[in-house]
Design a protein around this ligand. Sequence first.
Ligand code: NCD
Length: 320
Amino acid sequence: MTTTLARPHGTRGSCLLRLRAMPLPEMRALLSRARDHLEAIESGTPDGAWLSSLRGVVVANLFFEDSTRTRMSFTLAARRLGAEVLDLAAGSSSLKKGETLLDTARVVEAMGAHALVIRHEHSGACDTVARAVRCAVLNAGDGRHEHPTQGLLDALALARARGRDADFDLSGLRVAILGDVLNSRVARSDIAAFTALGASVVCVGPPAFAPASLKGMGVEVAHDLDAVLPTVDAVQTLRIQFERSATIASARDYARGYQLTTARATKLKRGAIVMHPGPVNRGVELAPDVADDPTRSVILNQVAAGVAVRMAALERCVGG
Ligand code: NCD
């Protein structure tokens, strides 16, 4: 039997499938909760709710694409809140025997999972599963579509670095998203979060990666990186999605025009920050010295923010 449940944003047992069209108060509430978790983690004084707010909850990671940060931080976030975590090893599961994504999801739900954290190569895969199961579905990256917890953690890291994490009002800030925007689910979730919170966004890259059609998402599009750099408060650099793009120039050609090199980084304003969702292809989209520059790079702060954001996301979806 197929069961379809409507789950409005913000209700108990709800899904987190995308940031686009998420009501602003809900986004701010998630970010505030994540900020509080992050501050507690940093100060070493977690609040008492930590170990119990998801006690009895079963969270299942179903990752059909590779992951380091997202999978590990969802696991850590769930455990910090007292949940049990199941991990599907996609490469050695019954998927190899021909079982479908939907059947796999239903099987894991039937074992008692309350939340499925899903990463899949197909855009819309998480929506499809969410229509077929009763439990919560959290999108951990679906094809080129969205990666909502990444968008939230990028917004949290940006707001903290720029002193905007009291109210998450990013108005007046200008953010460049640099590189393979077209094929990036991170970019779509970042655009949704940054623009909803009031920042202006400029997507920069060669026309194949930053086509004019992106303007429909409420962003500017530019192809001259050197002209953009002095105008922005943050640059989110992206990995070329070699696994998703049909029109890749060579990495060397790309780097010549669009790598954020040490020389290019000197064009940034004082206080402008450098971001990357990881994994970084050093020497392609980002020079190693820029990635490791302690005065500008917040790449590891993004990773730390990811654990706190996933705690807040799990609480929202399956918390009491
Ligand atoms: C990203 C992804 O998988 O979408 N990684 C991540 O979750 N931090 C970005 C990428 O793979 O380039």
